[in-house]
Structures are given as structure tokens and as C-alpha cells.
Design a binder for this molecule. Structure first.
Ligand SMILES: Nc1ncnc2c1ncn2[C@@H]1O[C@H](COP(=O)(O)OP(=O)(O)OP(=O)(O)O)[C@@H](O)[C@H]1O
Length: 594
């Protein structure tokens, strides 16, 4: 038999060679083998010729073993399948005793590696062993799984060559050889697995590397889990914030706290549509309670059991960031996107999202939002994975969207999509009946919260009732809390009120120019019922009006006041508006006379 080269990097020349067929029957040996095996072995089955030989070694991958033959105690055996003849195998033998001085340590290492073989084979991590030149000596099954490379692809090949061919990424296997120290690197194999490769060089006494043992851990799953963990953390944080907000606002939020007919209608409508997925557009001045109403709608809906309520103020977030806030982004979607981020649409999954100040959303983002609403799916910025948008979308604005459409700042198609059910919450000054219960509620709440027992004197109450409340419920709530905290005495008098309330207290003047309440002093003056020039009708209208206002203030509701005065609620509404008109005319006249 001749000695043949398997590949450029390996030759049989210095080896004793035994060649077997696919049945494990010895077909031939070379000259050198005759010194190793003095008995005739050609024609015998291998495991019979060598009692120490295990049959399964033939069917396994190429392996190294240190064995004992009849002639030598320590013989290195390499098992190499014949690439040209399927099933045929070369067994190469070398007496390592001959090289004792040089190879003593190497053999020990080899021995330990051989002892470790079962652990290596069964390891969940990929393992690849090279010599000091980077020639691959062994890999385990897990390495094949993680790298997509089989033994035939890599054994006896140089890791540098494999890297050049694009089969192996450049990694710590090479660095450990070059830098002669433990190295690790995070690399991605060509078929997509992301791994951490840790490489440890083993040295002989002279400090030469004899082996590099690399552990290859698949972190694709860990990365996925990490991503999922981050999403879960973001959602948990959001719930925590919601929970905290709920605890602090629970006591203050009493949405049915109203006496006005107009808010009756609002709540009736809200209850009808709460459990549908219809988009609602809430309109009203700042502070009227649009957000509070949206939360209330969510709390009435089935979505309250399945998902959370998410609120985003579109005007508070810079235009460039709003899209990624809403839909999230993937790692590397833009400069600085080092980690993927979950968007609010994902956080609100199976829940409700309120897009507040929708009128401030940029035109291009409006188009994207419309698309999401129509398709019911979206992609993270820079992402390719489609995400289902199982979210109820509520929107709110204090702007006139129709006006914005006319100015070309708002898309009409989005407007029609969002405005399926419009809900207008009137300003507090247009539903003054609601001021009394709100004042009572916030006074009690603030007293409780700050452990006080403050009360309003009637004059203070009257000013509060007549104030225009441009900041609506938010302003009212803040004013009451401030009064409770800052007033030294238990009785809150008009002088304690913040300046804007005292200044706003315009004197009410009769049609004849008489002052019928006193803004400056906070005292009620005696009213002159009639002055020369006053018409009987004008005087009666004013008087009636005062009686009506007092009754409403006393009972706290138009309904009760009407009942007590023995008239219909509609009569009261009509007479109030007539009186308001006549007071407005009187104010005008008074201003002109100044
Ligand atoms: N019916 C109510 N009962 C008790 N508190 C209320 C009620 N309505 C609103 N509030 C409180 O008034 C404040 C303002 O309400 P909210 O934020 O809902 O107004 P908004 O119309 O959304 O304002 P903006 O347009 O400025 O966002 C909040 O603190 C809210 O808790």
C-alpha cells in the first residue's frame, strides 16, 4: 500500500497505517505498521485483531485515541475515513514514546482530552479544539448545530482558511493563538446563530500552544429572551406607573360628579359606546376632563380586564420621536438606537390608547397612523416583523380640527376615521351647576389629604361660583387645594382667594346701573329694587334671576331648585339666559358710562 496525502496539511508518511473496509475488515497495512503489529492482521476483523479496539470508533467521526499495542505502551491512533471509498477507513498509529521528551506533556493533554471526550460530546455548548497552528482537531455535535459546519468541513483544516472562505467568523479562536491568552468574542455564524466563543490556549513547558479549546455558546435564544424580558419590563413599568397614578388619583376621580343636563348626556353616550371598539374623539378646552373621561371609558370596557390604558400627549413629544414612541423601534433603526424599544401601541395591546392633542401630530405621522388604524397592524421603526394593533384608539383635542383641515394641517381622512363618535365636553363656565359639587368634592378631598377642616364662607363660594374658570376642572382643583393648604384660618374668605379670582369678580349691575353685588368688599349690599328709568319688566327679570340663582345655589341643582320654586326646569333655563343677557347689557352700559 502506498502513502497518500489526504490534504495539503497532512501526510501519512511518518505513520503506521492500517486500512479497513466498510465491514471493519483489515484490507492492507503499510511497512511501518509491521513494526507495530508483529502478528499477521490483514484479512482479520479489526476488533478481533486489536482486542482494545471498539467497533463504534469506525462509525464515529475522526477521533484521536492513545492506545497500547503489543509493541508499544503509548501509541497515538488517528481514525480517518477514506474520502474516496465510502465506509473505508485509515487507522494511523504513531509511537509517542519515541517523542517522549517533546510530547510528554502533549500526550497528557491528549489523554485528558480523550478522558473528557464523553463530556465534550454531550456538552450543550459547541466545542472546537485546534492545535497551536489553528488546525482543527476535533469538534462536537453541538458545534455542528450552532455553526452549521460538519466534521468533514472543518477537521484538519486551518481556522484561518475557514475564516477566509467565510465558513467561520473571525473570533477568539484566532485571537487566543495570536495573543497567547484566554479570549472571548461575540460572533454570528453565517447561518444566523449568534454565539459567545470563549477560547483557552493550553501550553507545553516551553510556553508553546499545543491546543486551543473553544467553547461556543448559542445566545440566539438568550437574546430573544432578553428582548422579551425587556418588553415585559417596559410593560411592567407602565403598569406600575398606571397603578401609582391610579392610587393617587382614585379618590379625586369621580366622573359622575356633575349636575348639569349636558354632562348627563355625555355620560349617557359614553356608557352606550364604552364597550364597543368605536373610535371616539373627545373635544373640549384644556382641563375639562377629556383624559379623565377616556380613562373612565376604558374602565367601563372589557379591555379594562385584558389590557392597560395608555395616554400620550402628542404635543409634548418632539415630532421626530413621536413615531418611535408610538410604534417602538428596532436596534440600529437610527443613530443611538442601541437597544430595541417597545412602543405604546404594543404596551396598550388589548387595551386602550388615548392620543391626546391629536391636532398637533405632524402630517406625515398622521398618514402612518391612518394606515395603522385601517390595516390594524404596524411595524417598529426599522423593523420587519408585523405586529398586530389590537388597541382601541381614543383621541382628544382642544383645537378645532375642522379648522385645521381647512388650513391643510390635518388630514380629513384621519379626522373621519377618529371622529366616528364625537364627544364634546363643555367648559365649566357653560355648566355652572357642576361647580358646586366639584368644589365640595375637592374641598373634602384636600381637607382629608392635608388633615384640615377648612370651609368656605358664602361670599367666597359665590365668587368661586361666578368665576369663569378658564382652566376648567384642573384650575378649580388646584385653587381649592391651594386655599386649603395656604389659608391659616379655618374659614376661607374672599381675601384669601388668588388675585385672578378677586379681579374677575366683576360687579353685577342692574339695568339701571345699580351694583347688585360687591366685588371689592366681598359683602352683599342692599339692593335698590327700582331706580328711575327702570322698566318694570327689567326689574322683575333681575329679581327673578337672583331668586333662581339663590335657589340653585341652595339646592345645588336646577332640578331641585325648579321643584322648590314650582316651575319647570326649562322655565328656569329660559329665565336664566334672559337674565344673563340683561346683565351683559347692563355691564356694557356701565362700561360706556365710565
Ligand atoms: N369629573 C371629575 N371629577 C374629578 N376630577 C376630575 C374630573 N374631571 C377631570 N378631573 C380632574 O381634572 C384634571 C384635568 O382633567 P383632564 O386631564 O382629564 O383634562 P383634559 O381635558 O384632558 O386636559 P388637557 O386637554 O389639558 O389634557 C385632572 O386632574 C382630573 O383628574
Amino acid at each position: 500500500m502506498t502513502t497518500t496525502c489526504l490534504d495539503g496539511s497532512f501526510s501519512f508518511e511518518s505513520w503506521a497505517v492500517v486500512y479497513t473496509d466498510s465491514y471493519g475488515c483489515i484490507q492492507a497495512i503499510n511497512e511501518k505498521a509491521k513494526y507495530y503489529f508483529t502478528e499477521p492482521i490483514v484479512g482479520q476483523e479489526i476488533h478481533k485483531a486489536f482486542s482494545w479496539f471498539r467497533e463504534e470508533w469506525l462509525h464515529g467521526a475522526v477521533k484521536s485515541r492513545v492506545v497500547k499495542t503489543s509493541q508499544y505502551d503509548k501509541v497515538l491512533m488517528e481514525i480517518i475515513p477514506d474520502k474516496q471509498q465510502a465506509g473505508y477507513t485509515y487507522l494511523l498509529f504513531k509511537n509517542v514514546e519515541e517523542y517522549r521528551n517533546i510530547t510528554h506533556l502533549w500526550c497528557e493533554v491528549e489523554d485528558s482530552l480523550i478522558r473528557l471526550q464523553p463530556f465534550i460530546d454531550n456538552s450543550n455548548d459547541g466545542i472546537i479544539i485546534t492545535n497551536g497552528d489553528g488546525i482543527v482537531r476535533a469538534i462536537n455535535h453541538a458545534f455542528s448545530l450552532v455553526s452549521g459546519l460538519q466534521e468533514n468541513d472543518v477537521l484538519r483544516k486551518s481556522v484561518y482558511e475557514l475564516s477566509k472562505q467565510g465558513l467561520l467568523p473571525e473570533c477568539s479562536m484566532m485571537y487566543a493563538i495570536e495573543r497567547k491568552r484566554v479570549e472571548s468574542s461575540v460572533v454570528k455564524f453565517s447561518h444566523g446563530k449568534e454565539t459567545v466563543v470563549s477560547s483557552k490556549p493550553l501550553f507545553d513547558k516551553q510556553g508553546n500552544i499545543i491546543r486551543v479549546l473553544s467553547n461556543v455558546r448559542d445566545i440566539t435564544e438568550i437574546k430573544d429572551l432578553y428582548e422579551k424580558l425587556r418588553s415585559a419590563e417596559a410593560i411592567a413599568k407602565h403598569y406600575q406607573r398606571e397603578f401609582n397614578a391610579k392610587i393617587t388619583s382614585e379618590s379625586s376621580l369621580n366622573l359622575e360628579l356633575h349636575r348639569s343636563r349636558i354632562m348627563d348626556d355625555v355620560y349617557e353616550l359614553v356608557k352606550k359606546v364604552a364597550d364597543t371598539d368605536l373610535p371616539l374623539l373627545m373635544m373640549g378646552e384644556s382641563g375639562v376632563g377629556k383624559t379623565a373621561l377616556a380613562k373612565y371609558i376604558h374602565s367601563l370596557s372589557e379591555r379594562n380586564n385584558t389590557g392597560s390604558f395608555v395616554h400620550i400627549n402628542c404635543s409634548a413629544i418632539p415630532e421626530a420621536l413621536l413615531e418611535s414612541e408610538l410604534f417602538g423601534y428596532e436596534t440600529g433603526a437610527f443613530t443611538g438606537a442601541k437597544k430595541a424599544k417597545v412602543g405604546l401601541f404594543e404596551i396598550a395591546k388589548k387595551g386602550t390608547i388615548l392620543l391626546d392633542e391629536i391636532g398637533d401630530m405632524s402630517f406625515p405621522l398622521q398618514a402612518k397612523l391612518l394606515n395603522v388604524l385601517q390595516e390594524k397592524k404596524f411595524y417598529r421603526v426599522g423593523g420587519t416583523k408585523m405586529i398586530e394593533a389590537d388597541v382601541r384608539v381614543l383621541s382628544a383635542t382642544n383645537q378645532n380640527l375642522e379648522q385645521l383641515i381647512a388650513e391643510g394641517k390635518f388630514r380629513p381622512d384621519l379626522y373621519f376615521r377618529l371622529n366616528v363618535i364625537p364627544i364634546t365636553i363643555p367648559a365649566l363656565r357653560e355648566r355652572k351647576e357642576d361647580i358646586t359639587p366639584l368644589l365640595a368634592h375637592f374641598l373634602e378631598q384636600s381637607n382629608q389629604m392635608h388633615k384640615r377642616t377648612k370651609v368656605f364662607v358664602p361670599e367666597t363660594l359665590e365668587i368661586l361660583l361666578n368665576y369663569e374658570w378658564p382652566g376648567n376642572i384642573r384650575e378649580l382643583m388646584n385653587v381649592v387645594e391651594r386655599l386649603v393648604v395656604l389659608t391659616q384660618e379655618d374659614i376661607i374668605e374672599p381675601r384669601h382667594l388668588p388675585p385672578q379670582l378677586r379681579e374677575d369678580r366683576k360687579p353685577l349691575v342692574s339695568s339701571a346701573g345699580e351694583i347688585i353685588n360687591d366685588a371689592g368688599q366681598g359683602r352683599q349690599e342692599a339692593v335698590t329694587l327700582w331706580s328711575p328709568g327702570d322698566s318694570l319688566k327689567g326689574v322683575i327679570t333681575n329679581l327673578e334671576g337672583r331668586i333662581i340663582e339663590e335657589a340653585i345655589s341652595f339646592y345645588g341643582s336646577v332640578k331641585e331648585a325648579a321643584k322648590s320654586l314650582g316651575v319647570d326646569e326649562s322655565t328656569i333655563t329660559r329665565k336664566r339666559s334672559r337674565r344673563n343677557n340683561s346683565l351683559a347689557i347692563a355691564r356694557n352700559n356701565a362700561d360706556m358710562q365710565k
